[in-house]
Design a protein around this ligand. Sequence first.
Ligand code: WTA
Length: 700
Amino acid sequence: MSESQAGAGGALSEAQIAVHWKEETKIPPPPEFVGQANLTDPGVFERFSLDNFPECFKEYAELLSWDTYWHTMLDTSDAPCWKWFVGGRLNASYNCVDRHLEKYKNKAALIYVPEPEDEAHVAITYRELYVRVNELAALLRDFAGLKKGDRVTLHMPMVPELPVTMLACARLGVIHSEVFGGFSGKSCGERIADSGSRVLITIDGYWRSGTKIDHKGNADIAVETAESLDQTVEKVLVWKRYAGEPLSKTPMVEGRDYFVDDILPDYRGRRVDPVPVAAEDPLFLMYTSGTTGRPKGCQHSTGGYMAYVTGTSKYIEDIHPEDVYWCMADIGWITGHSYIVYGPLALAATSVMYEGVPTYPDAGRAWRIAERLDVNIFHTAPTTIRMLRKAGPDEAKKYNYRFKHMTTVGEPIEPLVWNWYHQVVGKSQAVIVDTWWQTETGGFLCSTTPGLHPMKPGSAGPAVPGIHPVIFDEDGNEIPSGSGIAGNICIRNPWPGAFQTIWGDRERFVETYYAKYCKDPKSKDWRDWPYFAGDGAMLSDDGYYRILGRVDDVINVSGHRLGTKELESAALTVDEVAEAAVVPVADDVKGRAPEMYVSLKPGIAADDQVEKRIVTAIEGMIGKIARPKHVYIVPDMPKTRSGKIMRRVLAAISNTLDVGDVTTLANPDVVEDIRVMVQGEGKVETRKGPEDLERFGQET
Ligand code: WTA
C-alpha cells in the first residue's frame, strides 16, 4: 500500500463520512484591528487569483532584499519539484538581521523569557543579534569547517542561542536541521544520519517544568546512533545555558565535544559576509512523521520559503515592526521556524521566546509575561489553550495586557475552546486566526485574512491569498461546498513556501504528496499536480474550510505529529512483545493521544514490567511526547482472516465508537474481551464522531 493511500477508502470511504457539526455564527474583526491592519484591500484575492498565478507572488518576493533579482517566477520543468524565483540570489540571515540595522539596530529582535521566574529576561537588539550571528558564523566556518550546502544538526531547546545558530548557518548557506529538544538522543541520531551531518550543535541543559534537564547526554546517544548508521559526527558543539559550571554532568569527549563559550572569544568582533545563495538552495530541513516508520526530512528553499513566511507574517499575523509578537510554539517545530524566527525577524518585529511550560509555576504565567512585555500579538496551539483554560479559566482576567491579534495552530479547535480563547484570553477585543498548514507547506494555507474576513469558531476559514484548495473524494471527484461531506483537502497550485522534496528521497516525496491525484505523471504543467495534504476537510457553503484531522497513520498529539508505525516499532523492540498496534484516543487537553495494544509472545504472562519496558522503549526511541496514554496487553489482536490487525476496531473500542460488524474477523470473540478490558464490564453507550476517529484504520 502506498503512503498516500494509507488509511483511506475501503468500507467507509472518505466521501461517505457526513460531518456531525453545527455551523457557528461568524464574528466580525474589531474595527480597531481593521484600522491598523496591514491588509484590508479586498482586491488582494483578485490579484492572487489563479488567473494571475504565479506572477502574483512577486508581491511577496518584494518584501525581501535580493542580491540578484530573479528572472523566472516559477519553473515547472522538474515537476512536481517546483522552483521559485529562479535566477535570484539572497541570504536569509541578511534579510532577518543586517537589513534592519539602519533603522532598528537598537530595537529588540528577540526577548527571551527563562522559565525560572526570578531569572531576568534577556533582550537582544538587532545590533546584538548581528554581532552574535557573525561571531558564531565565523566559528562555524573556521572552527567547525562548515560551508555552503553542508548539513548540520541542531538539538536545542528554547534558548536564544537556537535562533542565533540557525541564522549563523543561514549566513554561510549551511543547511540546518533542528531536532525538537524533547526528542530522544536516538531520534536525533537517526536524523543526523539521514541528513549526513558531520556536526551536532546542542546545549548542556535547560529548564522544563521547574526541573533542570541534563541534555548533553542525548548528544552521546545521538552520535552513537548516527555512527551505527554509518554517519560519523566529527564535532559536537555544546552551548551552556549558564556561564560557568555546566548544567550537565555528562563528560565531554576529548577531541569531539567543545563548549561554544570556550571557543567563541577567539571570534570576538569577527564579521562574515552573508553568502548569497540561489533562491532554490535549501535553507533548512525539518523532519516530520509519516506513514512508514522513517521520518521525512522536509527540505525548504531559501527564496520561496523566505518570501512566503514574510508575506504571511505580514498579512495573516499582521506583524508590524512596532509589534511585540509572542508565539509560544517551540522553535524545534515548523511553527517556530516560520513564525518565531524567519517571518517575524524578516519584518523587524520583536519576537518573544519563552523557555518553559505555559502553566509553570501557575496558570497566570503566560498572562504575566504578556502584561510585562506588553505583548500585542499572541500565537499558540489548541492544546496549550485547553491546558491554560483547565488550569485557570479566569486567570487571564487578572492581568492587564491587550492582544490585538491571536493565532491558533496545529490542531482542530473546538468552538467551546475557541470562544474561551476569544472572550477570556482575547478579552473579546482581539481578532483570531485559525491557521491550517503543515511542516511541508512552510507557511499558512487556510486562515481568515484578519482585516477582511469574519471569524468562525472551529473553522480555519477560506484559503490565504494565492492558495487554491479543492476537496476530492477517493476517486478524484470534487466535493462541492455546502454538501456536508468530508473529503481529502488538496491544493491546486504550487506556492513559494512549499517544501522542495524529502531529503534524499524524491520518490517518496512524489508518491506521498502528488501521486494520488496526479492527472499525468509526465506532465510539466502544475495544473496536473494537486498537492495532497493528508488531511480530511469539509467546505461550508460560505467558503470556509473545516479541517477534520489526518487521513493517514499519523496521530496529532498536542499538535505534534507521531507516526503510529514509529511507536509500534519501538514497542516491538521489547523482547516479550509479539505484536503492537497504536490508535488515537480523544483527549481533553492533547486533542488526541496514542493508545497502545500489544500481544505477548506465547508463554509470557502480562505484568507491569512489560508495560514499563514498552513505555521506556518509546521514550528512549522517540521521546516523552510519544508516551502512550494506556498500554493494553491483550490476549490476541483482532485480525482479518488474512492476518491483518484491525486497528479500526481497536480505535472504536478506545473511543467508545461502534465497532461495526466484526463477524468476518478471524477471531471475533476477542473483540468483546478487549472491550471489557478497556471499557469495563457493563455495556457502554457508543457515540458518533469525531470524524478522524471514525475513519481511523479503515482498510483498503
Ligand atoms: C494539523 C503544524 C486543524 C493537520 C503547522 C496538519 C490543523 C498537521 C491545523 C500538520 C488547524 C495544523 N486546524 N488541524 N488550524 N493546523 N493542523 O506538520 O492535521 O506539525 O496536517 O504543522 O496538523 O502538523 P505539522
